[in-house]
Design a protein around this ligand. Structure first.
Ligand code: SF4
Ligand code: FES
Length: 248
């Protein structure tokens, strides 16, 4: 396949970035998107030019670091996959592909396609811990009954990989889907009840402090989320927050 790539290049957080055009003519349709970028970078290094910086770690849809806006869509054209799971067969010979970093005030660009997503870490840290009795023998895993439906919903919420696509997809750069997934994974379980009120209040407060926008229920986050995190989590977080505020 022959491709034209338009890639955001930015030297550092303070520099002004711009789109730069590259031509690639040896792309196999079975390559992953990141392998295609590897080929581009090998060519750039051979020519003595600076490679394009992009984030990645697991390359199997687990770590959430491969955050790229491809042709205007977080994680590219296919649904429920991350960039590292995207393959070049999703594009056509002769295509022009634009590749940009996430665009959000709370995710400043570090270099080229890499953004600083530590705001998400701070939201999770604000959530704190879960009380677990540590004296005596370890508690049997089945000692606390959990309804199957609740366990499933909690597990689904916990599949959020913190990639930030929900923020990138949202016109307000809201982090409600991410934060609500992290609230829900504990709020749905009996083990998460002791600190539930404090947790939701602290996480929402931190989310606002980080400069994420408000949710206006457009639903773009749910559509672009590679893990299919549901908007129901946002509704649950709003209920949890209201309950915590009333409780005082
Ligand atoms: S909710 Fe989805 S899109 Fe948002 S950070 Fe989690 S996995 Fe990524
Ligand atoms: S590199 Fe880990 S999710 Fe893509």
């Amino acid at each position: 396949m022959k491709l034209t790539l338009k890639i955001w290049r930015q030297q550092d957080a303070k520099s002004k970035g711009k789109m730069v055009k590259y031509n690639l003519d040896n792309v196999d349709e079975d390559m992953s998107f990141l392998e295609m970028l590897d080929i581009l970078n090998e060519g750039l290094i051979e020519k003595g030019e600076e490679p394009v910086e992009f984030d990645h770690d697991c390359r199997e849809g687990i770590c959430g670091t491969c955050s790229l806006q491809i042709n205007g869509r977080p994680h590219g054209p296919d649904r429920k996959i991350t960039v590292c799971q995207l393959h070049m067969r999703s594009f056509k010979n002769g295509d022009t592909i634009t590749i940009e970093p996430w665009r959000a005030k709370a995710f400043p660009v570090i270099k080229d396609l890499i953004v600083d997503r530590s705001a998400f870490d701070r939201i999770q840290q604000a959530g704190g811990y879960i009380s677990v009795g540590t004296s005596g023998n370890p508690v049997d895993a089945n000692a606390i009954p959990v309804e199957k439906e609740m366990a499933d919903q909690s597990f689904n919420a916990a599949t959020c990989i913190g990639c930030g696509a929900c923020v990138a997809a949202c016109k307000n750069a809201s982090a409600m889907l991410f934060t609500s997934a992290k609230v829900s994974q504990f709020a749905l379980l009996p083990q998460g009840q002791v600190e539930a009120a404090e947790r939701v209040q602290n996480m929402v407060k931190q989310m606002d402090l980080e400069g994420f926008g408000n949710c206006t229920n457009t639903g773009a986050c749910e559509i672009e989320c590679p893990k299919g995190i549901s908007l129901e989590n946002i509704a649950r977080m709003n209920r949890e927050y209201l309950f915590a505020s009333v409780k005082g």
